[in-house]
Every structure is written in structure tokens, then in C-alpha cells.
Write a protein that binds this ligand. Sequence first.
Ligand code: SAM
Length: 383
Amino acid sequence: MTNVTSETEAILLQLQTAGLSYREKVPGARETLMSLSRDLISNLQLPSEALMRMGWAEPAMMANCRTAVDLEIFGHLKESRETGITTKELAVKCAVAQLTHHEPLARIMKHLAAMNVVGEKSEDTYSSTPLAEALCEAKYRDGIIFLYDVAGVSFRYLPEYLKKISYTLPTDATNGPFQGAHKTELSAFSWLDHNPAYIQAFNNYMSAYRAGTPSWVDPGFYPVADRLIDGFNSDYSDAFLVDIGGGKGHDLHELKEKHPNIPGRLILQDRQVVISTVGSGIFEAMSHDFFAAQPIKNARAYHLHSILHNWGDDDCVRILRQLRSAMKPGYSRLLLNEIIVLERTEAQLVKLLRQAGFNLVKIYSYELVQESLVEAELDEEEV
Ligand SMILES: C[S@@+](CC[C@H](N)C(=O)[O-])C[C@H]1O[C@@H](n2cnc3c(N)ncnc32)[C@H](O)[C@@H]1O
């Protein structure tokens, strides 16, 4: 047993304080507790334990979740309610011809229980957990499918790819780790178009990838009322906000739900293949390629969420430049919703904005939330 280091002591003390804040429902306390818990594990674990977790436990957990999705195990666990279900009973419910005996299933369930994905009520009897229950919903179930089958394969290929390009910065959307991993020359989005099952999975997952965490429309993040609602002028246009590459419109739903007094039209734009799956409702859905001229003129705001991080700088400049002639100088605001630092640093983003003819107004952040809301305006000297 090793001695308790001063660093471990410090984390333990911080955990106590964060625990009190959590009980008092202080905003951000849950995220602080999670972050400190991770710090504590990093501080306590041995290198052998770290490798065991990274190399065996977590990849196996993801692979087992993927199999559990195929066999609809999470749904069967949910149905078993408080009683739980044995692996023999599960095997019958799964009713897969190849599943001739329950032994492989027993191993999968044991590991999922060890990783707290499912509950273990007694030896070989399993029950649901909040996570397992969420994995019955399409948006989370499809997250497992997309992350395992599509994104996961690219990560495995990344070291080989980086070696191949001599560790330079990848900029070409049709020649990255994705193409090598999936043996294609198509861009990731075109590849999705050719793989309908995965585009469905991707779109569903996108609608939930940050569900439940604070968002830019929440109080204390970006002042929607001060910066957008006040000063809205329908003489310029009745368009309030255009969500460019907005997927199935989850951000617009959240905006309207949290700010029901939005004074103008909300417009969702995405590729035809995505828009064709979206019904009408609180917004207008239109197919639009963001590399083409923006058709909605003089809107109060143009919002791009998790768009720029998918593209190299030259493509980002091309995307942003399409907005310049649509925006009204001194009125329209450009809103970029991105993880600054991880995806691009503030300095890199400012440089990119300048190249595209915009000036940074302010970066709005929220404690322990990864994404920031970047507000920019037209560089009028360029207009
Ligand atoms: C990472 S997702 C982000 C979705 C959404 N904004 C969000 O944050 O949840 C990228 C989105 O960009 C869309 N997209 C990709 N290429 C596009 C293009 N050329 N024109 C318009 N939308 C595009 C995709 O279909 C997808 O919905």
C-alpha cells in the first residue's frame, strides 16, 4: 500500500466541498464532482491498472454494448423490472438462432455489470440501470452503433494515418483517417449518404450527444435576450435565427422551449438527406449546402454548432464567407458553438474569422461545459 500523497489529500478535501455543493444543488457541482473523481482515479491508479482499463476493460465494454444493442438486451432488462433476469432467460428472449447456449451471453453480462452498465442483482441475475434504460432509446442506442461501427474504426486507423502524412495537420475532407479506415475516397458525410443505416444512426445520435448538459441558451451562458431578442428588427427581415447544419433541429427546439418569446422565424438548414427526415413544426426546414450562398438574408443570427471542427481551415473560410453577403452589417450576428482549445484555440479561431471577414465580439463560456458560444460580427472594413 502506497502512502497518501499531498495531492491525493488535496483532491479528497475538494471532493468533500464539492459533495456539499452537490447536496445543495449548486449549478456545476455535479460536473466538479465528476472531474475530481477522475482526478482521484488518475492519482491512485497504477500504470498496470491504467493499461488494463484503457486496453481491455473499456474496449470490451463498448464491444459488449454493441452486441447488447444487436440482441436488444437493454430492452429485455428494462422489461424485467425489479426482478431482474438470468442469462438463460435472456438467451430465450433474444431468440437468435445462433445463440444455442447462454455461456457467451453470461460473459458479456458479467463484464457489463463490472463496468456498471447493467446491475447485477445476484449471481447471474441482471437488472437495468439508468444508463441501460437510456440505451433502449433510439438516440442513445444509435450513439453506440455510430460510435462503434463508424467513429471507432477511424480512431484505430489514426496512428497509421498520422505516420503516413508525417504528422502534418490533416486538412482534406476526402483524405483523412476516416477514408483509410473505411476504405473509401468519399468524404465522411458522402459516405454516410451511401450508408443509410448509419446516416440514420448519426442523425439520431447528434440529437442527443450533449443532452442534459448546460447549453448556450441556458441562463448564465449566452444572453439570448440581450444579444438577440432585444434589437430584433423585422423591417430588416422576419428571420430570427438560421441553424446551419442543424441536423434534425434539436438546438432550435431547445431555443424555442427555453425562450418561447422568440420574435421571428427559425430556420433549420442541412443536407437534403437529413432535411427529408425532419417534420415541420416550430421551425422551417430547408435543404441547403453550406458551401453555397446563404439564401436567408438579414437574419438576426446565423448559428453553426459543431460544424467548423469537421473541416480544415480553408473549408471553414469557404463556409463562413458564404454568410457575408447574407448578413446585415451592424445587426446580424454570427454564432459559433464549438469546443475551443480542443478543436481550435482562441487564437486559431480569431485568425480563421479574420480570414473569412469577421471580427470576434466575445467568447461566452459556462463553468465546466466544454463548448463555448463564440459571437462574431462582419468586419465592416471588408464590406
Ligand atoms: C457534427 S453534425 C452537427 C449537427 C448539429 N449542428 C449539432 O451540433 O448537433 C454536422 C452537421 O453538418 C451537416 N452538414 C455536413 N455537410 C453539410 C453541407 N455541405 N451543407 C449543409 N450541412 C452539412 C451534417 O449533415 C450534420 O447534420
